[in-house]
Design a binder for this molecule. Structure first.
Ligand SMILES: N[C@@H](CCC[C@H](N)C(=O)O)C(=O)O
Length: 286
């Protein structure tokens, strides 16, 4: 079985081409592939399937030829991956499966449009953020003895964004931070810890649902950008003007713009680093 390995700001993925959707990748098999010692290693897995060949994507097949079947490192399914969709588009371009210009990718959160620039940067139209609890900090994030008010942001997948005094206060993040009330996130949550770096410039650490602490999270960076903008009193819908933030992540930098219509654009790198063949014995796990 062929595979590739890629990353976007060091959020890394095993990529499995499966154009006709014939692979039955169990959660255990995905977890084995993502295992950094017993497998290939990755924060997640991108299965590359023709939309027409996947029941969840078939309704989007007219708009987007390819479906990103995203899985977290523990094998769980997620709706969307902002770094993953850039890497997915890079793979399609490199494999000659997508032409120049804009490319539409089907995801569980809907179709996302991606633009691959000649300088290597990749821009994704991430859709609009939803704030289920409004702009008030409606949830609480706790690590050890420290708690912070946090903002619930939905980027197609769920996030809790907490502004902290120091990124080190998040601790070693070897276990998931507690988020209350748990009823706010029936499907689990990705948690971002944020500090300011300067005007329209923030830095984050993230603990991802299903993957643990990662070096970057694209949807998380967009959630952080919106939370930071509201905190700074910027709201493009009300102001009638876009606002752009630089978001530093442990693995690099993302530039994110929110437009007056609510649409969010994220630009960052996407790199394929290796390709090879998987021993079928690796997948013989239940
Ligand atoms: N790293 C991703 C997000 C992947 C999914 C997330 N762990 C979830 O379960 O929602 C990104 O770049 O957005």
């Amino acid at each position: 079985m062929p595979f590739l390995k890629g990353h976007g700001t060091e959020n890394d993925f095993v990529i499995i081409p499966d154009p006709d959707g014939t692979l039955d990748l169990s959660a255990a098999a995905v977890a084995r592939l993502c295992d950094r010692r017993a497998g290939i290693g990755g924060d997640g897995l991108l299965r590359v399937v023709r939309s027409a060949a996947h029941p969840e994507a078939r309704p989007m097949a007219g708009e987007a030829e390819w479906f990103m079947d995203y899985r977290n490192a523990d094998g769980s399914v997620a709706e969307m991956c902002g770094n993953g969709v850039r890497v997915f588009a890079r793979h399609l371009q490199r494999a000659g499966l997508a032409g120049a210009g804009d490319l539409a990718v089907a995801t569980r959160a809907g179709v996302r449009r991606v633009r691959l620039a000649v300088d290597g940067g990749v821009t994704v139209h991430m859709g609009a953020a939803k704030l289920p609890g409004g702009t008030g900090t409606d949830v609480t994030v706790t690590v050890g003895e420290r708690s912070w008010p946090a903002l619930h942001v939905d980027m197609g997948n769920p996030h809790a964004v907490a502004f902290v005094g120091d990124l080190a206060h998040a601790g070693d993040l070897t276990t998931a931070p507690a988020v209350a009330p748990a009823t706010a996130y029936p499907e689990g949550v990705n948690v971002e810890f944020v500090v300011g770096r300067g005007p329209r410039h923030v830095a984050l650490r993230v603990h991802e649902r299903g993957s643990g602490e990662t070096r970057s999270c694209g949807t998380g960076a967009c959630a952080v950008m919106v939370a930071a903008a509201r905190r700074d009193g910027a709201d493009p819908a009300a102001d009638g003007a876009p606002v752009t933030y630089t978001v530093d992540v442990p693995g690099g930098r993302l530039v994110i713009t929110e437009h007056p219509d609510g649409g969010i654009e994220m630009t960052g790198p996407a790199v394929i680093v290796a390709e090879g063949v998987i021993d079928p014995a690796l997948l013989a796990v239940s």
